[in-house]
Write a protein that binds this ligand. Structure first.
Ligand SMILES: CC(C)(COP(=O)(O)OP(=O)(O)OC[C@H]1O[C@@H](n2cnc3c(N)ncnc32)[C@H](O)[C@@H]1OP(=O)(O)O)[C@@H](O)C(=O)NCCC(=O)NCCS
Length: 151
């Protein structure tokens, strides 16, 4: 698969990708939040033949660190390196900008869910380490904070 990563905003594609990932993004209000964020936050798009197949949004809470606010790839493209390419582009930009650590929050393993087990496997395969799990941080269940040293 020939994937190109671009820095651009595509809220409509973000909406469409989230809509076909109901096992991860099943709360309409939360999805609307992400669609608005897709217009405002630093946004990376994965394109195949001019179609957006993946999106990642980045937060910079502090100059030395970054946080993946959202990463989502359309199901047909899962396992084809699209998520890795999005991460690689973000990490290269963060390193060039002097950041040392990348954070992501995801659903913790104490909530049994096949989809999020695959999500954690992806982050782990790309070098993220589990840091701490919190209950009730941004939803009723467990949130796992993962971090990746960049330099
Ligand atoms: C998580 C996600 C962004 C990963 O993107 P992707 O394009 O599917 O991932 P890649 O093809 O780059 O996979 C990279 C590595 O992650 C691991 N991985 C990916 N999917 C996996 C799965 N289902 N099970 C186990 N490991 C997996 C593999 O080690 C893979 O490396 P390999 O292909 O060399 O074996 C994508 O699957 C997705 O959109 N998932 C649903 C939404 C989601 O989980 N978002 C994050 C919420 S916190």
């Amino acid at each position: 698969m020939n994937v190109t990563i671009v820095r651009d905003h595509d809220p409509e594609a973000t909406r469409q990708i989230l809509a076909v990932l109901p096992d991860w993004f099943g709360i309409p209000e939360a999805n609307e939040h992400y669609v608005r964020a897709a217009a405002e936050k630093a946004s990376y798009l994965a394109r195949v033949d001019n179609t957006t197949v993946g999106v990642a949004l980045l937060d910079r809470h502090f100059p030395m660190t970054g946080e993946i606010h959202l990463i989502a790839v359309t199901p047909q493209a899962h396992g084809s390196g699209v998520g890795s390419a999005l991460l690689a582009a973000i990490e290269a930009d963060l390193v060039a900008d002097g950041a040392h650590l990348l954070e992501v929050k995801t659903v913790g393993a104490s909530f049994a869910d096949e989809g999020y087990a695959a999500t954690r496997a992806f982050y782990q395969a790309r070098g993220f380490l589990p840091l701490e799990e919190f209950e009730g941080l941004d939803w009723d269940g467990p949130t796992l904070i993962m971090v990746k040293p960049l330099t």
